[in-house]
Design a protein around this ligand. Sequence first.
Ligand code: CP
Length: 315
Amino acid sequence: MQLKSRHLLGLDGVSREEIGAIMDTAFSFKKVLKRPIPKVPTLRGKTIVNLFYEASTRTRFSFELAEKRLSADTLNFSTSSSSVLKGETLKDTIRNIEAMKIDFVVMRHGASGAPHFLARCIDASVVNAGDGIHEHPTQALLDMMTIQERLGKIKGLQVVIVGDILHSRVARSNIFGLKTLGACVGVCGPATLIPREVESLGVTVYPHIEDALAEADVLNVLRIQLERQKGGLLPSTREYRQLFGITRQRLEQTNRKVTILHPGPINRGVEIDTDVADGPFSVILDQVTNGVAVRMSVLYLLAGGKGKFEGEGNE
Ligand code: CP
């Protein structure tokens, strides 16, 4: 299957069929990754630039690894070692990089909409690796793959996203993707950090974590992003933990098996306790593993989805 757009800028407007194709292909790539030599020649000859204007561990490494597993040539850009420090603009930076004949740009940027701007400026395909407080589509895709893997379905599940929904690109992409796949989506957090219009997306608001825990099959626990807090919208981290922290005691009180996701990095002892993050219901490291397969899938399908990869000989 070929995706409708040559870019992946968000999950808003991406169809159920396309998300299904990305996830199915990711599960196939996951089998490739278990081979003794986990590499296929699918993107041989393609050049991919990883353009990270914001810090990242998981997303940057898993894109890099996905690209290497697909045999693409890769260039890694970070602001601290580039001419951005000399004042070069985003547009000039990318036009210079594009002049070197590239096929894909994977971009993380602190400004919402930066990858959309980039997609209008260049011929290469653009993949959004997280833009400001807007979207983080590959994170939501790997979250959904992990839920599908653990629970065998997504349709009909109650998935509650807990934390600072207002500033969360992970929450927005999850809401779009999960709703498209037929999940019942809820959000839970301090009223000041829940966007006013969120119910218009078909999402239930849980003001109290106990009510969310009483109904949730899955909790996606967001990081409290202290760097994005302005204007005193967040109570102290101590108060946040008391009201919304995912603790073992809270989980035991529900008497239900709730699958726990977290996009990382984790603030242990703030939004989630260590014995929950590392406990039997946590799939946090499975999310990281699945991130590589999802990013392989996205790049493969954006490149046209041509060429077999299952059963192909290893290099
Ligand atoms: N989940 C996520 O985006 O993590 P990084 O910021 O480490 O990439």
